[in-house]
Ligand binder design. Sequence first.
Ligand code: ADP
Ligand code: MG
Length: 560
Amino acid sequence: DKDELVRTLTSLDGRGYGSYKQLKGTYDLGPCRLLIDHVQTDPFAPPSLMRLVVDAEAANLPQDLIDDCRGRVAVTDFLARVVAKEASSLHGVSIGTPQQEVLERTSIALTDQGLEARISVQLPAAGRRIKGREASRLLTEDLPRLAERSLLHASIDVDALRAHATLHRDQEALRDQLAERHLVAFVGDGAILPRRSGDSDLPLTDGAVPFDSPESLRVTFDLPSGRQVSGMGVPDGVTVIVGGGYHGKSTLLRAMERGVYPHLEGDGREWAITRGDVGSVRAEDGRAVTGVDISPFISGLPSGTDTRSFTTTNASGSTSQAASLVEAVDAGASALLIDEDTSATNFMIRDERMRVLIPADREPITPFVDRIRPLYKERGVSTVLVAGGSGAFFDVADHVIALDEYVPRDVTDQARALADEASSEPSGAVFGPARSRTPDPDSLRPADKKKPATARGRDIIRFGREQIELAAVSQLVDSAQTEAVAKALDRLAELAASSSANQGATQLDAAIRDLFARIDADGLEALSPHRGHPGHLARPRPLEVHAAVNRYRGLQVVRG
Ligand code: ADP
Ligand code: MG
């Protein structure tokens, strides 16, 4: 087998790149099997997809770490990091680059075959010619060594693996308890929230002030490992974070935003844990909006446009924020995170003088400050809001937290003393029931779309001729998640087409729910259109799949 592969590759040396095609197949290479699933057609095409497989007995992973779903996520994440580290010294070999979050990924899998590492390999070329000897060394020596150093029992650091899985289970167990304890988020005492720099997700090392909860908000959790953690619980309802500029408000909110995912040991945010269905909402002028009911915030436009089903190819700051908010709530977000830094001022507040000068019936926008309580009362959606520039939210806050040189204090009573009790609540319901739109199946399958949707880094999905821009979708954190969202869009398009052929068009939220049910049942690779190597995918949340569909400029909805 190995000799055969060596012979084949040697004989291919100097031939046209396309001859690599014949490598497809399975090879027994001693410590591992090599499965070559997909061979790139030329040196500049996306790399070839291969799997390294060792028998379950050879990996001999501790059974108690892999007999539950969470254990398997942690174990495969751990091994993906080991493989990534080993692969970094091999030119052209990759398993993706896991960041600070521990996510369910397709890059390592425990299957009937054993333990699989799904790698991508840039097959060596000189111009457009095959470098056979180099390829032979890579495939028959370097890759088996990689498998040996990362997947075989003797090379696995079982204590570190166990610690990784134990932390992960504790973090998720804490998240499980948040809703029943009526908390949106938890930030543990001692957490290091600031990052090293704007373009690094690593913890700040110099001068970081560890988090220290105000006594009044301190809560304690007992976790499955026997560990107990204490810290600040952010309650359901409306919580406003105030404080001077540069005192750490956005840093705290951002930690809650990222807290929907579990972080690695040593990250500093291990115990910043947020309910999994919390959505971050910001202004994003220029985005497209299709058929969204933004009438709770914007109505009576001078143009006469119906804002109960609002469509635009170029939203303003305030309309984009209103649309993103309604979309997140309709997609099931149980709480919203909003930062003044990334909000449209006219969406958030309107001051008294302006209310006098421009009467309400001449102003299409009802600011968020007037809608934040109805949102909680009618829809049960909580808000955590950073507002250092305006006291307007004191009137509507259940809790006010002040940051003073990065140290949080509970200033709810002082803020309440300053609040204007006269603030009026609207008489009738403003939000109405959740509404789901039904995408026109044809709009999800444009005739000129010939290729599968793909991610270009974290921020962009190519969908036919359209680019879906996701830079403002801040809780999409890994390009492998973006790749998974791209694949999800293709699967949704298929679902929409087949259901419209059978029983009529399907609502967007039902279709996305079905898709996630399939992922839960069959694993993340259910997103892949073919068997074998599914590509490097990481699990996104339903909210981010909604966000991508909603930003697709070709989307059309069926009126109903
Ligand atoms: P704000 O939103 O209140 O203006 P930021 O959250 O943007 O403040 O933080 C301002 C600066 O302080 C950032 O550079 C951030 O990294 C740093 N910072 C935030 N929290 C801490 C902390 N706990 N310890 C040290 N530095 C911090
Ligand atoms: Mg800020």
